[in-house]
Design a protein around this ligand. Structure first.
Ligand code: F0G
Length: 427
């Protein structure tokens, strides 16, 4: 990119400002950073009409459901971004699940329909584009699987070397196979995601490798586009609620930031409320929210391996956004997550376990009277059904320890191959 870099980084704790080309992920006080640009405010002309018009463009940056909103994301030259046409995900009508959730107008934004099968692609197109503009040749992340799959794919497209740090034996097979297939150096470490995260932050600083976890503030700028595209889907009218799962807490931080910016620019006239749903065994934000304390790291355990995180990096930023959106934090058990997943899957929508914490959370909050049955609710499904086929098959075979598959179980049946026997099975 030619000329001065048109953004700066600001500490969320102490407001210290850093120049845009400085490679850093934290303030000297160790606080995380926000990207500050003034482009959108300075842009003349009707932004919403511009965003809508780009939906019928053939230019790659306009086709992307991230770069289409570039005035609100990051002012990189459109022909220099690394894009796979991410975003443009379906907003499903999930009203057939009303008997389960209690909500009549539930819609599900399926971020598993992104190029590598998860919402991470929205942040990654921005992270990798910034890495390219800064001249970085090596990128790294720690991951519960989806970030690594996404980073591996975008880094390969940009011709960069990718290093992923994953907790050995604790990520779903679909995700591990993506990292390997896209050619990332895949380093399995003992311990959990939180251990991998600590390690990769050190390695990146020591070795000068560009870090692409969501502690990288540019990832957050890209992930804002989930909320922007959702508002566009809804013709720029906010729903009553946005509900999503919380792990490392980058996604809810990003969506809240994007919505607040839309409101501050006068592009939407009201804000939705936000509900962040955690797995019971990986619930540091929920506990902190309930008790009014700081987040206390814990050792996480849940079948929803994507959100098996006990020490979330972005918790302070995250709480700021939840409060600004008059939000709530809820927790759901693995049994509740898998029951919700069985319903989402059987409705023909399908998503990975962590995503279905969203629907389990809608149900719980509706039963508790927090979400009203006639509220308009938009849930985010974060990852594709095929990310974790092992959990699906074991659920339907009744082989998941501690989980009752109940009437939802749909195990495969075996035939001897004769017409007679097949007829029997058709009954
Ligand atoms: N859902 C899925 C499918 C995820 O992969 C993640 C996070 C989340 C929800 C939670 O999002 O961290 O922004 O609160 N996955 C990360 C990874 C940690 O490494 O792929 P968050």
């Amino acid at each position: 990119m030619n000329g001065p870099i048109p953004w700066r980084l600001k500490c969320v704790e102490c407001d210290t400002l850093y120049r845009g080309h400085e490679i850093r992920y934290r303030c000297d006080c160790s606080g995380t950073l926000d990207v500050i640009t003034t482009l959108a405010a300075a842009t003349s002309g009707p932004l919403l009409e511009t965003f809508d018009a780009r939906r019928s463009s053939f230019i790659p940056a306009d086709v992307s459901g991230v770069w289409r909103f570039r005035e609100l994301v990051l002012p990189l030259p459109p022909d220099e971004v690394v894009t796979k046409g991410e975003g443009n995900t379906a907003l499903y009508d999930a009203s057939p699940l009303e008997d389960f959730t209690g909500v009549a107008d539930l819609r599900l934004k399926h971020e598993g329909e992104n190029p590598t099968g998860s919402f991470k692609d929205r942040g990654m197109t921005v992270g990798v584009s910034v890495a390219k503009s800064l001249g970085c040749e090596r990128v790294a992340c720690a991951s519960t699987g989806n970030t690594s799959a996404s980073m591996a794919a975008y880094a390969a497209q940009a011709g960069m070397r990718a290093f992923v740090f994953i907790p050995e034996g604790k990520i779903a097979f679909g995700k591990l196979s993506q990292a390997l297939a896209y050619g990332a150096r895949t380093i399995q470490i003992p311990g959990d995601f939180d251990d991998a995260m600590k390690l990769v932050e050190r390695v990146c600083v020591d070795e000068g490798i560009y870090l692409l976890n969501s502690v990288n503030p540019f990832r957050i700028e890209g992930q804002k586009a989930i909320g922007l595209e959702l508002m566009q889907d809804l013709r720029w009218r906010a729903p009553d609620w946005i509900v999503l799962p919380g792990g490392n807490l980058g996604n809810n931080t990003a969506i809240a930031k994007g919505l607040l910016e839309l409101r501050d620019l006068g592009l939407i006239d009201r804000l939705p409320r936000m509900a962040v749903i955690q797995a019971e065994g990986a619930n540091p934000l929920y506990t902190a929210w309930r008790d009014g304390t700081d987040v206390q790291p814990l050792t996480a355990e849940t079948l929803a391996t994507a959100i098996r995180i006990g020490s979330p990096v972005s918790w302070r930023k995250s709480l700021r956004g939840i409060r600004a959106l008059n939000g709530v934090v809820e927790q759901v058990s693995d049994q509740e997550i898998l029951e919700a997943k069985a319903r989402v899957d059987a409705a023909g929508i399908g998503a990975e376990p962590a995503s279905c914490a969203t629907v389990a959370g809608v149900r719980k909050l509706c039963h508790a009277g927090v979400i009203r049955p006639d509220d308009q609710v938009c849930g985010v499904l974060t990852g594709h059904l095929l990310k974790d086929p092992d959990t699906v098959v074991r659920f339907h075979r009744g082989q998941l320890e501690g989980i009752d598959s109940g009437v939802a179980a749909n195990p495969p049946v075996t035939s001897d191959g004769t017409l007679e026997d097949v007829r029997r099975l058709l009954q």
